[in-house]
Design a protein around this ligand. Structure first.
Ligand SMILES: [Mg+2]
Length: 239
């Protein structure tokens, strides 16, 4: 029998890769960078490592989001071209990279299967509060583009989803941890951190989850239910 969470009043919902596609677009732009790397004799692994190193440098002071990715991305390109030597640094590469970065910020929002069919019914029964990590300008911009503001009772954009962040959200909305459930695709941010803040969690794996978010799900209480897609959510929660 499927496990069910009862006594639920509020659902905290992750956005990226839980309600809509997100990391896919980053992976597409990284693939484009890898193509340039291959052309000048660099392996995909080397390109990814270089990008990762630069992101590690930028995230602590620029935060998670497009800005730190874009700076790291353009610097990686510059370094690939510098290693390749004379003749490699033609304007086409820069232009293409800037186009990729523009697309990353403006692409249409692809809601994941079942999400738009499920949100209205959930909204009738529960308070729906978005808890999303990143920069407000990025995350609220996506929400604008999605046309989905009306589904949610609240939206919280946080720099990182720490235990303290979940405690702040509980306190701001006067929520009781026992009747609040966090739903998301990232084992670290959406499952293990809220668990440590005393919340039950629902894990919806997404194949393109950002590698920095992957870690084993803590086996200890409060419990986690795993479901294959968002459309299953109403079957595993009850007021
Ligand atoms: Mg996510």
């Amino acid at each position: 029998m499927t496990q069910v969470f009862t006594g639920v009043k509020t659902l905290l919902l992750d956005l990226d890769d839980t309600l809509w596609e997100n990391n896919l677009y980053f992976l597409l732009s990284i693939e484009s960078l890898c193509r340039v790397g291959r052309r000048y004799g660099m392996t995909d692994l080397a390109v990814n490592n270089l990008l990762d190193t630069l992101e590690n440098r930028h995230i602590p002071y620029m935060g998670f989001g497009y800005a730190s990715f874009e700076v790291s991305y353009l610097m990686t390109l510059k370094m690939i071209l510098a290693r390749a030597g004379a003749g490699a640094d033609h304007p086409g590469h820069q232009l293409n990279a800037r186009r990729m970065m523009h697309y990353l910020r403006t692409h249409p929002i692809d809601w994941l299967p079942g999400v738009l069919e499920t949100l209205p019914g959930l909204r009738e029964k529960y308070r729906l509060i978005i808890v999303t990590k990143g920069q407000p300008v990025d995350q609220l911009g996506k929400l604008d583009r999605s046309g989905g503001w009306h589904y949610f009772h609240g939206v919280e954009v946080v720099p990182r989803k720490s235990i303290a962040c979940y405690e702040k959200v509980l306190s701001k909305y006067r929520l009781d941890a026992a009747s609040t459930v966090m739903v998301g695709n990232s084992p670290h941010s959406d499952i293990n951190q809220p668990k440590l803040a005393g919340l039950r969690t629902i894990y919806i794996p997404h194949p393109q989850t950002w590698h920095r978010e992957m870690e084993p799900i803590r086996p200890d209480a409060p419990p986690t239910i795993e479901i294959p897609h968002f459309g299953m959510l109403p079957r595993v929660v009850r007021p």
